[in-house]
Structure formats: structure tokens, C-alpha cells
Design a protein. Structure first.
Length: 657
């Protein structure tokens, strides 16, 4: 109230008093920073904002304040960067959009200025309640946002922006079906509400309705051809369905409209990497960080090629950006993982581990993973999926033999096995398909995290007809990823948690467990920053427990479904490729083909972190990389336990530890 009345000294005094007892009160920090800025104490305001961003790194209003300060100091490039980050975190900030209109216009970035002006005009047209809903959502006050949004809709009926916001809240709560219904209704009732249609494409994609999402995206860019961000999304949809040439054509044309938009270069880099054009991908990633020097994801994408080696200049730039005060948390942990890889390649293993550990800690703090909850979920699979269940459901499921599931832990060699199998004339390699995980989530229903799970216990009550329908839906929904081959691969590693479900709905599907020695597998996962999922991997103890629980569950599947799963040890593939290839093909009922031995010569799109490695012959150098970090891996050894460590053999380091 004092701030709004112009009593800057009184506002600052009250905020400081609050902070003396509650130093992490971000509201008080924000009020203090605003007061300091209005009093032209810019350096003090920046220090306060630095404290605020340590407490709330995703607080858009803090970046807006920084933008005002840097603009007043004449640091216009930094101000643009601040305001862009502010609206990325909280799109309901009119002051930031207004500043961007003026700054873009002054820099002759007229296309971006027009987009910012359109957003500002849109915000100006909205009721104050909906601007508040957007702000609450951006600040993590989801319950308050949903309550206000639902109340507004009850009083105002079909308000399309309110429906869109409620759909976005639904996405955050994993209520994807409700979100799709709301956005589909918006599209039908008001086709000119393009933002709703833009979100509709995202929800369709999230529900794995890829063909429908591409069609909706095609119609959106047809009806709103002047919005480059709709075109960027359209390119992404083409990438999802494997239309790489079309996607790259769209992205190349977008560079003319948005030459200084790093997201365009990043998207190009991902597409070029997937189809094996590594040199072009490198140039695209470099172009992205040239536009935004603290763009952590661009540096990590270079590291994630696995074969790229950073220059000394790039390493110095990454270190400087990682040390900078006002770097976002996602940029910082992307930089940490990239620096870990850079120093590992330089054989400075102590420094590399320091960066890996820092990146994992920052990422872990962002998540809410519980090893205890995961252990309970996997135990529920053991309790429910018994021999008696499979006997009772014999005869259920779709009989199609088409799918080959490759399961296990990430970084265990699943991409290598996929490349071997996809080199066979009868097998199509697709991607890590989300369909089984989505079905399991749907069976579990919408519930709070601490509510008792419904799945997998409800597998016992499903009828044979329902199980068959689920299997047929899987075959139908994955058809868009296939060509003319009789068999296809789903290499989603986390499907090992749902082998019981897979067997019930697709009893003739083949399953391969890609297994790697525990220490090597777990540490390889620990130093990998995943695009999504794999929340267990960001702590040595967490990933060790997960591996141990994985082994326990796979042992259960072997007991209740003997012969169902073929275990392929990565180290055995490296030491005797042909023997393992013949085992794999025999398990899948396929004749031997020499192309499977020469898998690195197969030209196909590969979307995972191992894309460049599987385009090379087998190499042994990766087997023991973890040993360089052995002195730091005590928590991992302890979490795994002696019994699990002994499974893979050859787990001692040079000191015999």
C-alpha cells in the first residue's frame, strides 16, 4: 500500500523489517527492489533482485525490474534480454511487452515489435481477473489461479481466454482429456481465437495424437500465416511425424523472418542431428548461442552430440556465463552439464564431476521425485502382476506380433539394439513411443500424488475385451510411425515398469531388456541431462536405488513370465557382436541378415542422445569411463549394494574398491 501511494521510503522500510525475520520472503524482496529502483538506487536494487532470484529463479517480475534498471543505465541489449525472459516466464506483464515494443522498434526489429504489440493489445483487452490468473499460474500459485478462473467462467459463461487458461491448468494437472475438450470447444466456437488453436496443437501432441496435431497445425498456419511462432510449432509437428525435409524447409524460411530467434536455430539443430547431418547441426547450435550467449541448451546440445569437442574459447564462455549472476536456473544447469562433458573430454575429472554434481543438484531441486514412492509403485507391480493374473487373463489382448519393445534404463545400450534391429529388412525403428506410459497413466486416473494408486491393481478387474481393445488401439495409434515393415520397435526404456500391462494387451509382442553393468549405466545416466522424464537420474543415491528396483522388478517378470523377456548385456554385445545379434534375431523370430552386423551403415533418423554413436562401429572405450570418477561415487555404490554390483561383473576400480 505504501509503495502504491508513493511512500517509497516507508515501503522499503517495511520490506526490510519483514526480511530481517524472513530473509527468503520473495514478496518483500520484490517490494524492496521496486522501491530501490524508484529511488534511483539501481545497484542496490540489482543486489536485491539477485537475492530474489536465488529464492524464486522463475519469477518473471524480477526480470522485468532488471529490464527497467538496465534500460535506465543504457544497457539496451541486456534490457531486451531481461524483458524477453520476463514475458517468457510470465506473459501477463504489460510493462515488459510495452518496453519490448519500444526497444524492438528502436533496433528496427519490426516483426518482433509487431508481435509484442499484438500481445500488449491482447492483454489490454482482457478482464483484470484473467490477467491475474495468468500471473498466478506463472508464479506457481496454481490453486489460486484455478479457483479464480473457474469462478470467472461461472459468472461469464464461454469466455475463450478463460477456457484456454483453464485448459492450461488442466495440462499442469495432467488432465489432458479435459484440456483437449476445452480447447477443441474454443476452436469450434471461435475459429479466430488463434492462441487457443495454438495450445490445442500442443495438447494433441501431448496426447500422442500426432496426425491430428499436424492437421490442426496446418490449418492454423493457413489461417494465421503472419505469425512466425505458429510456423515454428508447425515445423516441430513435422519433426514429430518424421517429415524432416518439410520441417527444415519451414525453419530455413523462418530464419528470414526471425534471424535473431535462437529457438529457430535450436530446432534446426535438432532436426539436422536426427538425420545425421552433424556438421550442419553443430553450426545451428553455435548460431543459437551466438544470438544468446547464456543459452545453456545450445551448449548442452553440442555436448549431447557425444562426439563434439568444445574449443578453449567455448569453455571459457560457458564458465563465464555459468558464473554470471542473472542466469536462469535452466540455463545454469544446462551449462553445468555441458561443462562436465567438456572437462571430462579434457581429462580433468575432478572439475568435470564438480560441474556434473552442481548441474544435478540444480535439476533435482526443480523436481519432486521420491525414490520411496517409485519403490512402492514398482512393488505394486510385483504384488498385482502374478502368475494367477496372467493365467486368468489368458486369451486376452490383440494378437498382432508387430511390436518389439526394448526396455531397461536410459544409457544402457537400447539405441544400439534398436539400430541393430532396425537394420533388418523386416523391422522399422520408430522412437521412444509414449503410448504405454500414457495408457498406464490413464488407467491410474487423475489423483493427487499422495493418494492411493488405482493402477496396477485395477488390471485384475479389466475384461478380456477391454484388454484386447487397448492392444488394438496401440497398434492403430502407432501406425503413423511405421512404413511397410511387418515389425516395429518401441524403445521407451521406462516400459519395463509395465511389462505386465504390455503382456496383457499384446501377448505376442517381443520384449528385450537392454542391460548394462550397474556402475557404468548409472553414472552415464547421472551425467546425462534428459529432455524430459527420468527424474530418478539426478542424484547418485536416487539412480542407484532405481537401478536396484529395476533389477528386482525384472527378476519378477522372469519368474511370472518365463522366457518372455530376452536380456541382452551391453558388455556382451561389445565383446561378441555377432553372437548377440543372432540371439536377438532368434528371439524376435527373424532370419539372420548381415546388415544387422553392419548396423552403423544403416541410414535412418535417430532421436536419442546416442544418435551419433550408433552411426559408428562398436567401440570399447565407453565401457569403463566411469572409473575416472570412482573416488566420487561412494553414494552410488552404497545405494546399489553388493548383490546388484556383482551382477554385471568387472566392477572394481584400479584400487580394488
Amino acid at each position: 500500500a505504501r509503495l502504491q501511494s508513493g511512500d517509497l521510503t516507508g515501503a522499503a522500510s517495511l520490506a526490510a523489517a519483514r526480511l530481517s525475520d524472513h530473509p527468503d520472503d520473495f514478496d518483500a524482496l520484490y517490494i524492496l527492489a521496486v522501491s530501490q529502483r524508484y529511488q534511483k538506487r539501481g545497484s542496490e536494487a540489482l543486489e536485491t533482485l539477485e537475492r530474489l532470484l536465488q529464492v524464486r529463479p522463475d519469477y518473471g517480475r524480477a526480470y522485468q525490474e532488471m529490464g527497467h534498471i538496465h534500460r535506465a543505465l543504457g544497457l539496451l541489449d541486456q534490457a531486451i534480454h531481461d524483458f524477453e525472459r520476463a514475458v517468457a516466464l510470465n506473459p501477463a506483464l504489460p510493462a515488459s511487452w510495452r518496453a519490448l515494443v519500444e526497444l524492438y522498434t528502436a533496433r528496427n526489429k519490426l516483426r518482433k515489435a509487431a508481435i509484442a504489440r499484438a500481445q500488449l493489445d491482447w492483454l489490454s483487452s482482457l478482464p483484470p481477473e484473467l490477467i491475474s490468473v495468468t500471473s498466478f499460474m506463472s508464479e506457481g500459485r496454481v490453486y489460486k489461479a484455478e479457483r479464480l478462473c473457474r469462478d470467472f467462467l461461472q459468472r461469464n459463461g464461454h469466455h475463450f481466454e478463460a477456457m484456454r487458461l483453464l485448459a492450461e491448468l488442466g495440462v499442469r494437472a495432467h488432465a489432458m482429456e479435459e484440456a483437449e475438450f476445452l480447447l477443441e470447444s474454443c476452436a469450434v466456437l471461435e475459429p479466430r481465437f488463434f492462441q487457443g488453436r495454438f495450445d490445442y496443437v500442443k495438447v494433441l501432441n501431448g496426447r500422442q495424437k500426432f496426425a491430428q496435431a499436424l492437421q490442426a497445425s496446418t490449418e492454423l498456419v493457413r489461417d494465421a500465416p503472419d505469425n512466425p511462432y505458429y510456423k515454428l510449432q508447425h515445423a516441430s509437428q513435422h519433426l514429430t511425424v518424421g517429415s524432416y525435409d518439410t520441417a527444415l524447409e519451414i525453419l530455413d524460411n523462418l530464419l528470414k523472418d526471425l534471424p535473431d530467434e535462437p529457438a529457430v536455430q535450436m530446432q534446426r539443430g535438432h532436426a539436422l542431428k536426427t538425420i545425421g547431418r552433424q556438421e550442419d547441426a553443430v553450426n545451428a547450435y553455435r548460431a543459437a548461442y551466438a544470438i544468446r550467449p547464456d543459452f545453456g541448451d545450445a551448449f548442452w546440445s553440442l555436448a549431447n552430440l557425444k562426439t563434439y569437442r568444445f574449443t578453449d574459447a567455448e569453455m571459457r564462455q560457458m564458465q563465464a556465463q555459468e558464473r554470471a549472476k542473472f542466469v536462469s536456473t535452466p540455463d545454469r544447469y544446462h551449462l553445468c552439464f555441458a561443462l562436465g562433458k567438456a572437462f571430462e573430454d579434457a581429462a580433468d575429472f575432478e572439475t568435470a564431476f564438480d560441474y556434473y554434481e552442481r548441474g544435478n543438484r540444480l535439476k533435482r531441486e526443480e523436481l519432486s521425485y521420491s525414490a520411496d514412492r517409485m519403490e512402492a509403485d514398482l512393488s505394486a507391480q510385483i504384488d498385482t502382476c502374478t502368475e494367477a493374473l496372467f493365467s486368468a487373463k489368458r486369451g486376452a489382448g490383440a494378437l498382432a506380433p508387430d511390436p518389439i519393445f526394448i526396455v531397461g534404463l536410459p544409457r544402457a545400450g537400447s539405441t544400439l539394439l534398436e539400430q541393430i534391429l532396425a537394420s533388418h529388412s523386416q523391422v522399422e525403428g520408430t522412437m521412444e513411443l509414449p503410448n504405454i506410459l500414457a495408457l498406464a497413466h490413464r488407467l491410474d486416473g487423475r489423483r493427487r500424488v499422495d493418494d492411493e494408486a488405482v493402477y496396477p491393481a485395477n488390471l485384475t478387474s479389466l475384461t478380456n475385451e477391454e484388454l484386447t481393445a487397448f492392444g488394438e488401439a496401440f497398434i492403430r495409434d502407432t501406425a503413423m510411425h511405421r512404413k511397410a515393415t511387418p515389425f516395429f520397435i518401441d524403445k521407451m526404456p521406462n516400459n519395463f515398469r509395465h511389462i505386465g500391462l504390455i503382456h496383457l494387451i499384446l501377448p505376442n509382442a517381443k520384449i528385450i531388456d537392454a542391460r548394462r553393468e550397474a556402475m557404468a549405466c548409472c553414472f552415464s545416466g547421472y551425467k546425462q541431462l534428459f529432455a524430459e522424464g527420468q527424474d530418478f537420474s539426478y542424484g547418485l543415491e536416487q539412480i542407484g536405488r532405481y537401478y536396484r528396483d529395476y533389477v528386482r522388478l525384472m527378476d519378477h517378470w522372469d519368474r511370472v513370465l518365463p522366457g518372455k523377456v530376452l536380456r541382452v548385456q551391453y558388455e556382451d554385445v561389445v565383446s561378441d557382436l555377432e553372437t548377440q545379434v543372432r540371439r536377438i534375431l532368434a528371439h524376435c523370430g527373424l532370419p539372420f541378415e548381415e546388415a544387422c552386423i553392419n548396423f552403423h551403415q544403416t541410414e535412418r533418423a535417430v532421436r536419442t542422445a546416442s544418435s551419433e554413436q550408433v552411426r559408428q562401429p562398436i567401440f570399447r572405450s565407453g565401457l569403463d569411463q566411469w572409473r575416472h570418477f570412482s573416488p566420487y561415487l561412494g553414494p552410488l555404490r552404497e545405494a546399489l549394494g553388493d548383490e546388484v554390483l556383482a551382477l554385471g561383473g568387472a566392477v572394481t576400480d584400479d584400487e580394488g574398491t
